[in-house]
Design a protein around this ligand. Structure first.
Ligand code: KMH
Ligand code: ZN
Length: 274
């Protein structure tokens, strides 16, 4: 069990509309400010989805590169780009995200129903992402939306070897309609099915946020929080900003005697080069 808690902030995502959630960071300036305020209260890594000028999800390579550069110069956070994008993004655009050379990138381990949509992750595509990251020295975070995807992760590691950095880190994304539920029993079952030596973080979508957070802390895991996953702080109370969610996670981590890791401690845990 790791002594401290890696807190990842996922501030934007691809699903919420700026018109519905005005506090959602969508411009590069808003993203950098959010990143700085989240770092100040305990975040060590940022999971980034960018938006275009129209505030809609984008995988524009130039903007992705500018985002990585800005986050590197204005914060010390580990910069993780999403290769999941939105459910509408084609595979070639998702794969091209790696050309922005982030420290880390997400790699979802299977296809899953996603509300009324389908989040498509074919085996060949997963292998391309894994190999693309190995070649570039980008550290993957394997996103797990359902327990069976852990069997795919073991198959991937058996067939194609360890990721860059030599360490396997998984993020359980729980409570997506179509994926695994966000409850304690499911998280414990998922933890028991992890590859040997892997670390994990967990996030619960919407009202599953708190049960997943408490269970992850108790099970020795790390935390992902942010407005990608949750826009309500409590029943009927909108999230003020991402830092509010990070501060709550950092406070609970401290109470659990597993205080928030610094970004450099996170790099060590994940195998990201300093
Ligand atoms: N937006 C979801 C369809 C990831 O970032 O890698 C996919 C997602 C996972 O958020
Ligand atoms: Zn994401």
């Amino acid at each position: 069990m790791s002594l401290g808690t890696l807190i990842t902030v996922a501030p934007t995502g691809a699903e919420h509309a700026k018109a519905d959630v005005p506090q959602l960071p969508v411009t590069l300036e808003e993203l950098v400010k959010t990143a700085q305020s989240c770092e100040q209260v305990g975040a060590a890594m940022i999971h980034v989805h960018i938006r275009g000028e129209d505030t809609k999800p984008s995988l524009d390579l130039g903007l992705l590169k500018a985002t990585v550069e800005a986050l590197r110069s204005e914060t010390n956070l580990v910069v993780q780009l999403s290769t999941g994008g939105s459910v509408h993004d084609p595979e070639e655009n998702r794969l091209r995200v790696l050309e922005a050379m982030p420290d880390s990138a997400s790699c979802t381990m299977g296809t899953v129903n996603f509300g009324d949509d389908v989040f498509l992750n074919r085996w060949e595509f997963i292998v391309s992402l894994h190999k693309g990251m190995q070649e570039r020295g980008i550290v993957p975070e394997y996103e797990i939306f359902d327990i069976g995807q852990l069997a795919s992760l073991k198959r991937l590691l058996d067939q194609h070897g360890l990721p860059a950095g030599g360490h396997v880190h998984v993020d359980f994304v729980m409570g997506v309609p179509g994926g695994m539920p966000g409850d304690a029993a499911t998280l414990v079952a998922a933890v028991n099915a992890l590859p040997d030596g892997a670390t994990f973080s967990a996030t619960g979508i919407g009202r599953t946020t708190l049960p997943v957070m408490f269970t992850a802390l108790g099970a020795g895991g790390h935390l992902r929080v942010g407005m990608e996953d949750t826009v309500s702080y409590s029943r009927g109370v909108p999230v003020r900003d991402n830092a509010q969610l990070v501060a709550r996670a950092a406070g609970l981590s401290k109470i659990a005697q597993r205080p928030a890791l610094t970004p450099d401690e996170a790099r060590k845990l994940l195998g990201v080069h300093i």
